[in-house]
Design a protein around this ligand. Structure first.
Ligand SMILES: *Cc1c(COP(=O)(O)O)cnc(C)c1O
Length: 356
């Protein structure tokens, strides 16, 4: 029996990426050295970095106004690094509080400036995305979480704003085509949809930098990382390598258009199954449903536990909802085959027949 990997992150990676990574652990590109042993200032690693950056620029259709960085730390590091680089202590920035990750970003910003809420969905347990935003005239930027991994909501159309737009895309990066040029800064922890844990990918529009008075520690300074070409210190070499392989895989499979087609196909199958079976309830507003993370419930808690037990028996991994939300969460990232969603839909049908 094969495992179906619905993990929310770290999560499923394409098989060719795992195979190539395994090979590179033993011998990286015929160098006789492991990818874990090569110097980060060698031409070997420079090629990895250059290739990853080129893939990102091609996939997102970015021009020279944008820089791509691969930096240490998870997306959580960016919750502080963004305001540290873009906000002086007396300046305002607007944040959308649409889930636990966006809320954390908002709270961290208070250490560096004056964040205000442009919207909050806390009134309905973050089951929707408010489209009306209150942005103060003096706000330096607007921060959104494009996909709310825990609550299962997703921005399907990005807001149009006059100020720099910043997106935490950790859980839907490279899952579909979009107008990425709307953003002045995009960040994503790699471990959900583009690689292994330990590295952040950043896309930065250069004209937003260098506008504040604060002294920024060198290792936190975006400008210095750009000048150093993501090589200020030793980068997470292996994590960057896995991202490079995943980016190449995305391009070979047909790019973001194809990733988007697959995301839609998986999500349609799963949500149609939920909607056709009254025992399962998705509480998220239909138009805001996430294509990446479907969150749903069975009202009777003992039945819900029974369902989770059956998922375990069937070797469906990672389907228990986040601890603060409960219920069931099925994460469907780029590398998840449609057959895994079919297997889940079949189990749900069977379960509904017996217990619905
Ligand atoms: C997982 C996640 C984070 C936190 O990522 P870390 O790499 O663990 O710091 C932040 N934002 C979003 C949207 C996430 O899904």
């Amino acid at each position: 029996m094969s495992v179906h990997n619905f993990n929310s992150g770290p999560s499923i990676l394409p098989l060719p990426v795992l195979e190539q990574s395994a090979k590179a652990i033993h011998d990286f590109n015929g160098t006789g050295l492991s990818i874990l042993e090569i110097g980060h200032r060698t031409s070997h690693f420079q090629m990895v970095l250059d290739s990853a950056i080129s893939s990102v620029k091609r996939l997102m259709h970015l021009d020279d106004q944008f820089e791509v960085l691969f930096l240490h730390g998870g997306a959580t590091t960016q919750f502080m690094q963004v305001p540290m680089n873009l906000l002086d202590q007396d300046q305002t920035a607007a944040y959308c509080d649409n889930g636990i990750w966006g809320n954390k970003a908002y709270k961290e910003a208070a250490m560096f400036g004056n964040p205000v809420l442009a919207s909050s969905s806390a009134d309905k347990s973050h089951t929707y995305i408010p489209k009306h935003l209150n942005i103060p005239a003096n706000a330096k930027y607007l921060h959104i979480t494009t996909n709310n991994t825990v609550e299962g909501t997703q921005w399907h159309e990005y807001p149009n704003v006059e100020i720099p737009l910043i997106g935490d895309m950790s859980s839907d990066i490279f899952s579909r085509e979009a107008d990425f040029k709307k953003f002045s800064l995009i960040y994503a922890g790699a471990q959900k949809n583009m690689g292994a844990a330990g590295v952040n990918m950043l896309v930065v529009k250069k004209d937003i930098l260098g506008k504040i008075q604060r002294k920024i520690p060198t290792i936190m300074n975006y400008q210095k990382h750009i000048e150093a070409g993501s090589l200020m210190n030793t980068p997470p070499v292996f994590a960057v390598y896995v991202s490079m392989l995943t980016l190449q895989w995305i391009e070979q499979e047909g790019g973001l258009a194809e990733m988007g087609r697959r995301s839609q196909e998986r999500a349609d199958l799963l949500y149609n199954t939920i909607d056709s079976l009254p025992i399962f309830q998705a509480k998220v507003a239909t138009e805001d449903r996430s294509q990446m993370n479907a969150v749903f419930f069975i009202e009777d808690e003992s039945l819900q536990n029974l369902f989770l037990d059956q998922c375990k028996e069937a070797e469906f991994v990672g389907v228990k909802g986040y601890r603060t939300v409960g219920g069931i969460r099925v994460s469907m990232y780029n590398a998840l085959p449609l057959s895994s969603v079919k297997a889940m839909a079949d189990l749900m049908q069977d379960f509904a027949k017996k217990h619905g």
